[in-house]
Design a protein around this ligand. Structure first.
Ligand code: SAM
Ligand code: SF4
Length: 358
């Protein structure tokens, strides 16, 4: 399905009356998954587990969380069925597998292969902390995975151990190299800078990524940690990130792709690209095309949603595809205009980032 043109009338922050899409469903052409602001949703994030083998301090507490009981987690058959409904009936064209740590999901290459074999097949990517990727990158590529984002917040082993509470930086670096060698391109590196923790490494991380052929992206920290300890003063803003990058590199703006959350710059004189995802200080809710499925089968129309739609219950109660499609459309139709982090009304969602799927 063609992606929509950027249309600022679809930006709830700027609009007047919402646009309505009332295209007739034609056989083989799903009618778009729209909300009341006219945003079309083509990108599905699927969390495969809420468990993790790291304990990043900005994400979860040292003791971990109360993990979902296994019986609550969607089976492979259920995940494949929901993704199939998404691609065939709802116009989903991109699927990102995430978690928790998705590489902890048993039989992941098999699940990837089943999703990649769907008709129509989505563009399929993965967000991972990279532990175990050295072993699995080639199999995942072979199974049909296209791209990978690997989280790496620091290049200093001791700092990595303190930040993630696990001494595993060697595994992550090996995972990155394996992903590149397997052709999971472009390999993106995600870092969340936190003041006083790793904000002095912003330029270093960008230089590292440029040197190894990875695409660096910095993400503003969000109030989605499980401990509720997020502190605006410790968030490093996009403006500060750019200032740190600008101290070391000459940056040339790259034209933004439709609906892309990252603003990107090329490091002058190189082919290296650096991105900044400014979810807090420059929200991009007006162009949001994402919908999320948690590991226990709850559909969320926004990272910050306070309500969910229980697709797992529908599946397990024997609902047919049309009923699941209808529930999915109802959920998206009710999506709000955008997050309210910067307002006094902001209420944290009950689920932390690791249980939603970042
Ligand atoms: N475990 C995998 C990983 O770390 O890449 C996938 C799940 S993790 C929740 C997905 C992304 O969310 C990671 O890039 C991580 O850095 C980011 N993240 C986690 N907590 C965050 C927070 N409070 N604010 C912003 N990003 C966060
Ligand atoms: Fe695990 Fe990813 Fe959260 Fe780190 S950010 S604790 S790797 S889920």
């Amino acid at each position: 399905m063609p992606r929509p043109h950027p249309d600022h009338s679809a930006d709830p922050a700027r609009t007047g009356p919402p646009r309505h899409h009332c295209a007739e469903p034609r056989p083989g052409t799903p009618s778009p998954l729209t909300d009341r602001f006219g945003r079309i949703h083509t990108d599905l994030r699927v969390s495969l587990t809420d468990r993790c083998n790291l304990r990043c301090t900005y994400c979860m507490p040292a003791e971990g969380l109360d993990w979902l009981p296994r019986a609550d987690v969607l089976t492979d058959d259920e995940v494949v069925r929901l993704v199939r409904i998404g691609t065939r009936r709802l116009g989903i064209t991109e699927v990102r597998l995430t978690g928790g740590e998705p590489l902890l999901r048993r039989g992941l290459p098999g699940l990837v292969a089943r999703i990649a074999a769907l008709d129509p097949a989505p563009a399929l990517s993965l967000t991972t902390n990279g532990i175990g990727l050295a072993r699995s990158a080639a199999a995942l590529r072979e199974a049909g995975l296209s791209r990978v984002n690997v989280s790496l917040d620091t290049l200093r082993p001791e700092r990595f151990a303190a930040l993630t509470r696990r001494d595993r930086i060697t595994d992550v670096l090996a995972g990155l190299a394996a992903a590149r060698d397997a052709g999971l391109a472009p390999v993106k590196v995600n870092a969340v800078p936190v003041r006083g923790v790793n904000d002095d490494e912003i330029a270093e991380l960008a230089a590292f990524a440029a040197e190894h052929g990875y695409r660096m992206r910095f993400i503003e920290s969000m109030p989605l940690d499980a401990q509720g300890a997020w502190d605006r003063d410790r968030m490093v803003t996009a403006a500060e990130i750019l200032e740190r990058l600008g101290d070391r590199f000459a940056l040339v703006p790259v034209e933004r792709r439709d609906n892309a959350p990252a603003e990107e710059w090329r490091i002058a004189g190189t082919t290296a690209v650096v991105g900044v995802i400014a979810s807090v200080t420059r929200p991009f809710c007006g162009g949001c095309d994402r919908v999320r499925l948690t590991a226990d089968g709850q559909l969320r129309n926004c990272l910050f949603a306070t309500e969910e739609s229980d697709l797992r219950a529908l599946l397990r109660d024997g609902a047919d595809d049309a009923a699941v499609e209808a529930a999915w459309r109802t959920s998206v139709a009710g999506k709000g205009p955008g997050h309210t982090i910067n307002t006094p009304e902001f209420r944290r969602p009950d689920r932390p980032m690791s249980a939603i799927g970042g």
